[in-house]
Write a protein that binds this ligand. Structure first.
Ligand code: GLY
Ligand code: MN
Ligand code: MN
Length: 490
């Protein structure tokens, strides 16, 4: 579809007077302009009920308000980005904005305005585009008009859905530029808003806001846990889809796997929560293999690390390493079972009161014991751990918080996250792995090009943990039985 009606920069000299008077563009007659102004039904939606997460978002705004009394707080949703020429990337709203509103609309901005008496908290407003104006033609002549991009909610509709008063975002930069008093903004999402605040904010104070909004998300509420479970359940179905098309992937490439999982994500959720890692054979040893253009061969392993993101933008993050022909070789099984044992030790360490680092340490110890046992590194185990020598093959940390972001709460301070203590309501991944690069001359040749990771999503409960992704088998014999059953059903 070409954008024939999108106006080129109007050339004042060449425009007939009558069209300039209308505020319209070349090629639009008075008659057509008049015709397009009327004859449209009133589609205003009444009696809308608030979205499910509206009360949660209100609680989060109240906590934010209490943390920064008397200060204006600006939290943008972000804007659409150009992919090429006049096509755009799919929009994904900024996590902080979604967390505080439940809304995902591009260009929106949440502002918490301090009340006159700081002890009275803040007045929240969401600034957004209203319905397109039909009088001045913007709804059909402007590429952002509703005729091109789809119907928007009116300000009144959005207010009913989100439980927050809404105003026209086109007035916001002027309002912010004129405003006085302390202000903080969440950086990185809206250049125009940041420019309007340029001489009023400091990097240090903005960082405190970002850190607060990261740490506030460490404990998930019931709604969030439900959404994460939905994300994981869709992801489980996506993994099943992939197993069923492994023969088609063998006939083409890893792209068939990526596309198959993406179909599930788009049909059941919003998107994938991060670029799917569909790594067959030696590509499994590249931690973030997202090119996904390699061959899929019987006898090799497939490391699939993928997660569906729900309509509310919570993501799963799950990895399984599968034998492409349905049976692990003896060496693949030996390595897989070692990673499985490490994951079991890691999962065992996920419980309230435990140090966050415990599950990583537990998994690393098991992997190190195996590496020493196999003669790949000289023991004793304590020496290897102390010097970190196992890391040539274990490569990465054993997990991270999970939520709206796949690496959630990333701005949280070390003392509250990595050096912190596990509490009920935290959701985190446990994902040990072993990776033998294809050109690693320090391991026997048969190890080279094998990469294994197993990743699950764990909720810390009052008495331990719940594995949200236990809908997928983990033990090697159970993986084989599951694959056989799925392939038998085809
Ligand atoms: N999928 C990225 C990770 O596991 O952290
Ligand atoms: Mn992960
Ligand atoms: Mn992952």
């Amino acid at each position: 579809m070409t954008d024939e009606l999108t106006p080129e920069t109007p050339d004042e000299d060449e425009q007939p007077i009558k069209q300039r008077k209308n505020g319209l563009y070349p090629g639009v007659s008075d008659e057509l302009a008049e015709n397009m102004r009327s004859g449209w039904a009133d589609t205003e939606l009444h009696d809308l009920r608030p979205i499910e997460q509206a009360p949660n978002a209100a609680r989060r705004r109240a906590a934010l308000s209490a943390r920064f009394p008397g200060e204006r707080l600006v939290i943008p949703a972000g804007n659409i980005k150009i992919r090429s020429n006049d096509t755009e990337y799919n929009f994904r709203a900024a996590t902080e904005y979604v967390y505080l509103t439940g809304d995902q609309t591009d260009g929106n901005v949440l502002v918490l305005e301090p009340r006159e008496n700081a002890a009275d908290g803040h007045e929240a407003t969401i600034y957004r585009l209203p319905r397109s104006n039909r009088e001045n033609g913007e709804f059909w002549l402007n590429g952002m008009g509703e005729l091109w991009v789809g119907r928007r909610h009116s300000l009144a509709e959005a207010q009913a859905l989100l439980g927050v008063p809404c105003k026209d975002v086109r007035d916001l930069t002027g309002t912010l530029a004129e405003a006085t008093g302390p202000v903080r903004v969440v950086h990185g999402h809206d250049a125009a808003i940041e420019a309007a605040l340029n001489d009023k904010v400091t990097a240090e104070r903005d960082e405190e806001l970002r850190v607060y909004l990261s740490e506030a998300r460490v404990i998930k509420d019931e709604f969030e846990i439900g959404e994460l479970q939905k994300a994981v359940d869709s992801t489980v179905r996506g993994f099943e889809d992939v197993v069923k098309v492994l023969d088609k992937a063998e006939a083409t490439s890893e792209r068939y796997i990526e596309g198959t999982f993406f179909l599930r994500a788009r049909v059941e959720g919003s998107d994938i929560g991060y670029g799917s890692i569909c790594a067959a054979g030696p590509n499994a040893t590249t931690l973030h293999w997202v090119r996904n253009n390699g061959p899929v061969r019987s006898g090799d392993l497939l490391l699939l690390d993928a997660g569906v993101e729900t309509h509310t933008l919570y993501t799963a993050d799950v990895t399984r390493t599968l034998p492409i022909n349905g049976r692990y070789t003896d060496l693949q099984r030996k390595i897989y079972d070692a990673v499985y044992a490490a994951q079991e030790a890691g999962i065992e360490a996920v419980k309230p009161g435990a140090a966050y680092r415990d599950f990583h340490d537990a998994a690393q110890r098991v992997l190190t014991e195996k590496l020493v046992e196999w003669g790949l590194v000289e023991g004793p185990v304590e020496r290897v751990l102390e010097l970190g020598l196992q890391r040539r093959w274990t490569l990465h940390g054993t997990g991270h918080m999970l939520g709206l972001d796949v690496h959630d709460c990333a701005a949280a301070r070390t003392e509250t996250y990595v050096n912190g203590t596990l509490e009920p309501g935290m959701v985190l991944t446990v994902e040990p792995g072993l990776y033998f690069q294809a050109d690693d001359l320090t391991v026997p040749e048969e190890y080279r090009g094998i990469g294994v990771r197993i990743e699950d999503d764990l909720l810390v409960t009052e008495d331990g943990n719940r594995n949200l992704s236990d809908g997928l088998p983990r033990r090697s014999d159970e993986v084989e039985a599951w694959m056989a059953e799925l392939l038998g059903k085809k």
